[in-house]
Design a protein around this ligand. Sequence first.
Ligand SMILES: Cc1cc2nc3c(=O)[nH]c(=O)nc-3n(C[C@H](O)[C@H](O)[C@H](O)COP(=O)(O)O)c2cc1C
Length: 210
Amino acid sequence: MPRLLVLNSSGRTTRSITRRLTKQYTEGWLAAHPDGVLCERDLTLHLSTPVNEAWIASAFAPAEERSPAMEAVLAESETLLAEIEAADALVLGVPMYNFGVPAQLKAYFDQIIRAGRSFQFDPDAEPPYQPLLADKPVTIIVSVWDGDLLPGGPMAELNFLEPHLLTMLGFIGLHSVDFVRVGYEEYQDGRLKKALGLAETEVARRAVAV
Ligand SMILES: Cc1cc2nc3c(=O)[nH]c(=O)nc-3n(C[C@H](O)[C@H](O)[C@H](O)COP(=O)(O)O)c2cc1C
């Protein structure tokens, strides 16, 4: 049974472009995979816990020396990582907030990027960092209000969202990443309509193919 993990991070629960497109993806995927199993995680309605003293102490303690209390602190991270490991493909809905990813998505990544669990650190190895997760297709649906921030645009150097996501995902082993982009949300003109039409076509294609 194929499994799809869908992550939404828009602060909007209505009028959200990324949520609309992840929903379209999900519906297309389920139609193409009647026996498919869906795992949906809403990172806005269910916030990931920001890492704190207890989390860091637990994550960096050698696994064989962790107390039951430390294991309990890492349970959330384990659950999130198990969802990724069980999935055959991932879909992320990601609005650009202040040139980067929403805080709720960053908190999620802080939970899943863990030494000894999703990446290995060995100062004597070359390279010292090795990803530990198996690669799988990741579709990232991005929406911005100013399309000039998208790759190839005149303000693309201010787009920290895409390189940051590629770095975080690649660091743990997820290299097969494709973006579906919508620009000009704020403008509500023909440019938005065109971008949405292209995104919908691409989402329909990928939902069946991936
Ligand atoms: C807090 C906040 C910060 C934003 N920062 C940016 C930004 O830096 N650049 C940009 O082009 N759009 C920015 N936007 C606009 C959103 O990226 C845009 O509205 C997008 O469509 C939101 O995704 P959604 O429709 O799925 O909610 C921001 C929106 C919010 C609410």
